[in-house]
Design a protein around this ligand. Structure first.
Ligand code: CAA
Length: 259
């Protein structure tokens, strides 16, 4: 367990799956300034550590993943300060989306406002049975400010995104699954099931996972197909491509080196 952060716990298991836990349970893990500073520092560590093969982001306690940006902290902000707050959220969440290892949000309970936006910046999402996701910012006289208007719309389309944003209502795990907002709902222990989901992925070639994340992130861009061709082509120069194809021909399991 890492004691390097005031508001986060970063742990890595023997298989290389790291779990980053937002740890302000009394405030339902609301995202204050310190959480963002800690997230930046934790991401520095994760980016530098090649032995980390996948990342789970979750919240401390039974009740909440993250109940949003810390409302008490920004209650007195003016417009300029609020715009800066939003831009910092965008920058840090983009760092999460840009990680080239699989990143899975394990949503235990409430994922609201900035908390849902954090989950949406992850590549994959698994929900607990009691998960509730939503963007209730309109009830505070606001709109989502940590990327929710963009990322939610990309996943569910404009009508559903506006319905969720303008009602501010919470969706239960089952509805979130139907909408494609989460990949699956955990039957048992959330983090164990999250690890199970990732364990199949981290057996695959690391550079292939990286290029898959990069190529999919280009979907919808004019350059998407060209990027796919280049990212596909680049993999032919890797040792793992040689290993993967040799293993197939030799009818054995591949032993990938990540090179
Ligand atoms: N910010 C600051 N503190 C929060 C918080 C938040 N987003 N969410 C919960 N807390 C605090 C509460 O103030 C309370 O603290 P105290 O004990 O000191 O009073 C503690 O966490 C426990 O919360 P509740 O007593 O409210 O718990 P509950 O079970 O009655 O309700 C809840 C749970 C429905 C999630 C409720 O806490 C709630 O509605 N939270 C706010 C949700 C929200 O509006 N999120 C959006 C924030 S704005 C945003 O995120 C903007 C953006 O896009 C960048």
């Amino acid at each position: 367990m890492s004691k390097d952060f005031e508001t986060l716990i970063l742990e890595t298991d023997d298989s290389g799956i790291s779990t980053l836990t937002i740890n302000r349970p009394k405030q339902l893990n609301a995202l204050n300034n310190q959480v963002f500073e800690d997230l930046d520092a934790a991401l520095d560590k994760i980016e530098k550590n090649d032995s980390i093969r996948a990342l789970i982001i979750t919240g401390s306690g039974e009740k909440a993943f993250v109940a949003g940006a810390d409302i008490k902290e920004f209650a007195d902000f003016n417009s300029k300060q609020a715009t800066e707050l939003s831009k910092r959220g965008h920058r840090v969440f983009q760092r999460i989306e840009d990680l080239t290892i699989p990143v899975l949000a394990a949503i235990n309970g409430y994922a609201l406002g900035g908390g849902f936006e954090l989950a949406l910046s992850c590549h994959l999402r698994i929900a607990s049975q009691n998960a509730l996701v939503g963007l209730p910012e309109v009830s505070l006289g606001l709109i989502p400010g940590y990327g929710g208007t963009q990322r939610l719309t990309k996943i569910v389309g404009q009508p559903k995104a506006l319905e969720l944003i303008m009602s501010g209502r919470f969706a239960k795990a089952e509805e979130a699954l139907q909408l494609g907002l989460v990949n699956t709902i955990a039957e048992g222990d959330l983090v164990e099931e999250a690890k199970k989901m990732l364990s199949g992925m981290i057996k695959q070639a690391p550079l292939a996972l990286k290029n898959a994340i990069l190529a999919v992130s280009e979907a919808g861009n004019d350059s998407g197909f060209e990027s796919e061709a280049n990212l596909f082509g680049d993999l032919f120069d890797t040792a793992d491509f040689k290993e993967g194809t040799s293993a197939f021909i030799e009818k054995r399991k591949p032993n990938f080196s990540g090179k």
